[in-house]
Design a protein around this ligand. Structure first.
Ligand code: GAR
Length: 196
């Protein structure tokens, strides 16, 4: 059974979708939900589901990303994850941290990569007049949102969409896509999955 740590910064709805899939004959189990924000709503959702939680607040470290990551690694090394899922984790990770967990870290990003790496993906898709938007699950490499894409799901962009309405439509697909990819990765299958 693969041991999965999930890193969050916010509401944790993707974390919940992953945790709720990891039951029964699933090849993985959640061993930790870790937040860099002490007030992340996802922490209570994890606790309610019996998942151990931890907080490593990034703020005391200021701009010292390496020191923040040493603290992250201290917590992660205690639970020895086989897979780390970033799920709305909003801190950029250094090359050193990414290499420490090389091949073990996944992320979900709310765009059809390689389009719209970084922030404000939905506003940028609307601004560009795109007919479609979506989400991607990818392997984490040192290049921000640049690792191998393992799967995508697409939604239409509607004429009256705001970034908020589009985000909500994409989020529904995130909750479908990410558990499917995690299950496949835990089984050793990293072939690409495209949902329509
Ligand atoms: C999700 O839409 C996720 O794709 C996005 O943040 C949201 C987190 O929601 N992630 C990023 O923008 C990563 N740069 P959640 O906390 O409810 O899962």
């Amino acid at each position: 059974t693969k041991r999965v740590a999930i890193l969050i910064s916010g509401g944790g709805s993707n974390m919940v979708s992953l945790v709720e899939d990891m039951t029964g004959d699933h090849p993985a189990r959640p061993v930790l939900v870790l937040s860099n924000k002490p007030d992340a709503g996802g922490l209570a959702k994890a606790q309610a589901r019996g998942i151990p939680t931890a907080v490593v607040d990034h703020r005391p470290f200021g701009s010292d990303r390496a020191a923040f990551e040493v603290a992250l690694n201290r917590v992660l090394d205690q639970v020895r994850p086989d897979i780390i899922c970033l799920a709305g984790f909003m801190r950029v990770l250094t090359e050193g941290f990414v290499q420490r967990w090389d091949g073990k870290m996944l992320n979900i990003h709310p765009s059809l990569l390689p389009k719209y790496k970084g922030l404000h993906t939905h506003a940028r898709a609307i601004e560009a007049g795109d007919a479609e938007a979506g989400c991607s699950v990818h392997e984490v490499t040192a290049e921000l949102d640049g690792g191998k894409v393992l799967g995508q799901a697409r939604v239409p962009v509607l004429p009256d969409d705001t970034p908020e309405t589009l985000a909500a439509r994409v989020l529904v697909q995130e909750h479908d896509l990410y558990p499917k990819i995690l299950r496949r990765v835990a089984e050793g299958d990293r072939s690409r999955l495209d949902l329509t």
